[in-house]
Design a protein around this ligand. Sequence first.
Ligand code: IMO
Ligand code: MG
Length: 423
Amino acid sequence: MNIVVVGAQWGDEGKGKLIDILSKDSDITVRYQGGNNAGHTVVVGKQVYVFHLIPSAILHKGKTCVIGNGAVIDPKALLDEIAGLKKRKIEVTSRKLKISGLAHVVMPYHRILDGLRESKRKNKIGTTGRGIGPCYADKVTRCGIRMVDLLNPRILKEKLEDNLREKNEIFSKVYGQHDFAFGDIYKEYLGYGQQLKAYVCDAALFLNREIDRKQSVLFEGAQGTFLDIDFGTYPFVTSSNSIVGGASSGTGVPPTKIDKVIACVKAYTTRVGEGPFPSEFADRLKDEIRNKGQEFGATTGRPRRCGWFDAVLVRYSVILNGISELAVMKLDVLDDLPKLKICTAYRHRGKIYKDFPMDFEVLNRAEPIYEELDGWQTATNGIRKFQALPPNARRYVDRVEELVGARIKYISIGSKRDEIIVR
Ligand code: IMO
Ligand code: MG
């Protein structure tokens, strides 16, 4: 069974935890888009692991992790992550980790450009500053440098020279910044190539051949549906396809080989960075939920914006991702609330929107229409069976299921591995 896990909101839905659980039953886990802008947290006993590029399945013995061609790789960040895992006695051999030679490489000028572009924008996106956008831009402009290029000194030299010629002009003439010296970057990145060489392969061939011999693959989505470059709240999005469609183009595994899509949703909504967020809380609740849910970015440490569950968003996610099953995460964070709201539609200039609006102004000014439900005001952390949840918690879950049109199979009620209800 080949399964894709996607985020159905704006990222940080708790994909790390679900993937950690599901990857136990998969032979291979593959990342298909994004870079170290992602931050996936897994709690094992007292140990907390935060992953940015490597699939969290690396924690399981005998499993293979792959970083697909659709991801962008900052080699320095990847090497740091590998070193951090090795220090904690997690094995990262070339049998356990494979990297697509076609994945694009984040260069120092991408990181700098990320910050400079933000500084010039009127409406800031609030990027993670990891160079993700500029790296994907170079991929599409056809001047990007790929992992396989780091293994060929001649090609790397040519490409880097070409890039620096153009970039240095932009840096000095547009941004009044210093030049990048060829020699330093060239040496640095050749070095990264040598250190990562053992992991680099044709990941598409590897994955397809493994699938042909009946190995199961779990596709680990990063970010979320509304950060998708096409379907998200553009331009306040990331630069890749985080919806299920990205799993195919980002790995070379055809859609015909994908059996199932599971989406993670938070029992409420959060977003990091700027952009529209119709069901955002007013300040008091924002602090309460942020503290209870530990809603601080795993990558940048920024406080996340928090709000009520938005069924308009998730309904659209269900359609775009062909979601077979939903996992509702962090339900326990809502344990104390006397009343809960679910956004069921938007209102703008007297018009009701039941579907996610394309027009940015509508979305930005949309006033949420809420349905109110009673809270359960009981701790749910210890519960392992759906029937044992307080009736109002079950009602909340059932109502979400009804409104978004997909079956809720998993309900997470805490950060630990075993704090999950499987229906
Ligand atoms: P995971 O995988 C939440 C957001 C940034 C910013 C926008 C663009 O942990 O769910 P970028 O650096 O990608 O160009 O920033 O996207 N963003 C995320 N928000 N979770 C993530 O990943 C994110 N990755 C990017 O905050 O608003
Ligand atoms: Mg995250």
